[in-house]
Design a binder for this molecule. Sequence first.
Ligand code: BGC
Ligand code: NOJ
Length: 814
Amino acid sequence: MRYGHFDDQHREYVITRPDTPLPWINYLGCEAYFGIISNTAGGYSFYRDARLRRLTRYRYNNAPFDFGGRYLYLRDNATGTFWSPSWQPTRTPLDQYQCRHGLGYTTIASNCKKVEAETCYFVPLGENLEIWRCRVTNRRQKPAKLSLFSSIEFCLWDAQDDATNFQRNFSTGQVEIEDAVIYHKTEYRERRNHFAYFACSAKPAGFDTQRDTFLGPYRSWDNPAAVERGKSFNSVAHGWAPIGSHHIKLSLKPGETKEVIFLLGYHENPVDQKFDPPGSQTLNKKTVKPVIAKYLDGKNAEAAFQKLREYWDGLLGIYQVNSPDPHANRMVNIWNAYQCMATFNMSRSASFYESGIGRGLGFRDSNQDLLGFVHMVPARARERILDLSATQFKTGGAFHQYQPLTKRGNNDIGSGFNDDPHWLILGVAAYLKETGDWSILDEPVQFENEPGSEQPLYEHLRRSISYTLERLGPHGLPLIGRADWNDCLNLNCFSDTPGQSFQTTTNKEGKVAESVFIAGLFVLAAKELAAIAAMRNPDEAKHYLAEAAKMEKTIYDHGWDGEWFVRAYDDFGRPVGSKVCDEGKIFIESQGMCIMAGIGLNDGKAKQALESVNKHLATRHGIVLQQPAFSKYHLHLGEISSYPPGYKENAGIFCHNNPWIIIAETMVGNGRRAFDYYTRINPSAREKIGDLHRCEPYVFAQMIAGKDAPTHGEAKNSWLTGTAAWTYYTFTQWILGIRTGYEGLIIDPCIPAKWAGFKVSRLYRGERFDIEVRNPNAVMKGVRRVVVDGVEVPDRLLRPTGKQPHHSVVVEMG
Ligand code: BGC
Ligand code: NOJ
């Protein structure tokens, strides 16, 4: 079954039936105001922080799912029948339905009873509001008298409290209504200086702001009393559940279209100017009214929409590829880059799977997200690096997460994830390679957000390395701490208490359990830091290389199992991910990370490990995390064995680390396999098995059920995953091999031999390189020559000249 198709020309995914296997969502906003929106207009909005500044409500895990949203109702006043033009919530059969998810906007169009409605939802750049531009057309032969009702349900700001603290919440709700604008001002009377508003460009016949009045007793959003009777109640919320709804009467001649604009927005007033007149309890609307007036004007809304489109043209134009594979092209050119923006903005906080109240920005996650984002808006990447490093401890360890609103480390989650510090080095390295902006290393950055503790960013990187060196275990491998990249491999946890958090409960001091994965990551990071140090202090570079070499030896001595790399040592000093284990004999992470760090490239061990991955872990839907899956709960391994076999970290296809193996394959020169592995998890290539895959075909998912699950091939947890950045980085920099280096672009493709070539256009440090790669001898890897603007470049490095805005590059493989 097909649920839609790609429209590459318009950079849209077009969904042609509303009952997709799961809600297929999109994001609105890419700066401070955000929303998620499904193909049936479900979803919610928030300002900066999905937990602390939630504007509207959404019902996670509802039946039916995807409930709560930006809902409109149309009512035929002649007959009293009504429906939802976005299908939900009434789910009235529509004669036509189409949802176009685009870059930063979603348009839902339908036709029901010969009334067409098309609503485009988007957030203008630089504003804290969303526009719903609704156009209704009468396709009948005779005039139509219609009612259009809008509706949203306000969240009382803190989404966690909103969903749990009813003894208080049922008594705090407050609104104001002025000039047909509904202002939501719960808690504004006390410590908040922000409010939300819901405005509409037409003069409404009525409004509602009290949910239970609008819906009527014991009714739901699928048949609100106000809509059914065709008339609002003009209810003014006080306590209970404040909502916003307008009633607009539309009389349309045959063929006539009318446009109504709705605005949902967030606004802040200075603390000493909250009320107008001062001393009253009335909202000061002086600065918000001009914003509302501006965007209720259709011309300004249209101009804002065009600006948004141009913004994305610019961002995507930075890297465009034309390869023989259409699936890869559309992911690189459109969707994967777009997904990288979402992960950069949201980290893992707000999606259909992440409730927005669970997590802030992850230290390791956000650093990895930079790999796929840094080329788009380097200035924001820079700011993120500085924010992240300010949550580092003086020891070099780091708060595992921080809240985006406060930018402070999250005490509840704490620290002790021993891989964390190294991702900062990789994030900074990616930034330096993209921009050449070495000044970032001298930026003074606090430790633990403590004023007065500032040290140059470079010092933070140093401490990332010493953190590991000061925490080595019995084999000389890094101690694992609470967990490494695999949050579910909890070797010090020993949790036997239901409901206990695996990641934050530590029952053992952790002086024994070691991670071969961190060892590999350490080698990679230490080599990277050595390359950075080489530009400043060659002796220090030698020191990092020596430490990397020492760790490499330790990995050979204690981390090689004969046919693959061991994963870890447990609290008893026994290997995890070894042939001696009954379950979990081989893990993906240590294979990918050790080879990416260059280990085993010269003695065949890398190739051998990759053969083992192919033999034991690869499936047609992607590479599973480990084998054999854990059939029961193992106290000494933790959360990984809490999942039924085939799901998540317990032998699921954890897409995030498939690219590590793909990079490793390119490093050993196997372009056919690298591309094949990439295609197995590429959502566009999986569109044809949509009923099995079930998640959105335009974004990567975190997980695809592994071969031990009855649902092998079913994707879950789409959108917010490190898979976004890693697949983007891997395809553009390792398969296409147009790779950023400290001094320029390195040209090193590794492709299927049958590819005759490809073209890439890359804007790099202000200069555009139009690169044509030719593969006349049908090789997978190897570059014979690189010619830049007619001149052969022996070191095959594309260096920006600072003089010439455009370069033509011809690369001959062979
Ligand atoms: C998930 C992991 C995730 C961790 C931390 C676990 O339940 O399986 O993928 O990293 O939670 O949020
Ligand atoms: C998802 C988490 O966000 C990430 O930090 C972790 O590395 C993976 N799960 C694997 O457990």
